[in-house]
Design a protein around this ligand. Structure first.
Ligand code: PLP
Length: 219
């Protein structure tokens, strides 16, 4: 299968999941995760009409995306990997959405840079939904207080919540918990679901799914 065919297949599966999940058509956005793939691998996916992409490393993105954004200015780039505060300036300059706000220090660094650069990427808070020690994110029980800190102390507008459930468990209950946290805190967007579980995420209310290998192939 070509990358165009794999993209079309993923789009079709999202559409079908919207239907079975009683979601409205087009309720779920596809973030095509292009990490580790080269500019030459990404171009055909943009040519096929995909406009939203996700990357997990700031430095790698800086090497790939300025040229691609110059060629296709309407592309929207999401940071979906961990952010160090010494990279906050670069992240604010390059990304349209930062999905991995996961601690006070990063939130404060982003707020400062957004003011300094007069640029406002949309922000998501990453929740460590399975409380795994190797994963980043705010603990579910601390999410409300962290959102209050972002909003009240930093005047940041948090658009969504993002999570990566434990790999070896059924993801449904984790997606349900993220949706509950969003509802309780008046957060509209949910970034959840990857190649292996995006249809389940759509059933549980994802507004965007982050799909890499099902489109680009294995890494
Ligand atoms: C790599 C990555 C994805 C995509 O994973 P696939 O299994 O290749 O679809 C999604 N979200 C995050 C945070 C990632 O790092």
């Amino acid at each position: 299968m070509t990358v165009e065919q794999r993209l079309a297949e993923v789009q079709g599966r999202i559409k079908a999941a919207e239907k079975t999940g009683r979601r409205s058509a087009g309720a779920v956005q596809l973030v095509a995760v292009s990490k580790t793939f080269e500019v030459e691998d990404i171009r055909p996916v943009i040519a096929a009409g995909q406009r939203i992409f996700g990357e997990n490393r700031v430095q790698e993105s800086q090497a790939k995306w300025p040229i691609l954004k110059q060629e296709s200015p309407d592309v929207e780039l999401h940071l979906i990997g961990p952010l160090q505060s010494n990279k906050a300036a670069e992240a604010v300059a390059l990304f349209d959405v930062i999905e991995t706000v996961d601690r006070e220090k990063i939130a404060a660094a982003l707020a400062q840079e957004m003011t300094r650069q007069d640029r406002k990427p949309r922000l998501y808070v990453q929740v460590n939904i399975g409380l795994e020690s190797q994963k980043a994110g705010i603990a579910p029980k601390d999410t409300a207080a962290f959102l209050r800190y972002c909003c009240e102390d930093l005047s940041l507008d948090i658009e969504g919540l993002m999570c990566i459930p434990p790999a070896d468990d059924h993801p449904g209950p984790y997606f349900a918990l993220l949706r509950k946290l969003a509802q309780e805190n008046g957060i509209a967007k949910l970034s959840m679901g990857m190649s292996g579980d995006f249809e389940t995420a759509v059933q549980f209310g994802a507004t965007s799914v982050r799909v890499g290998s099902a489109i680009f192939g294995s890494r």
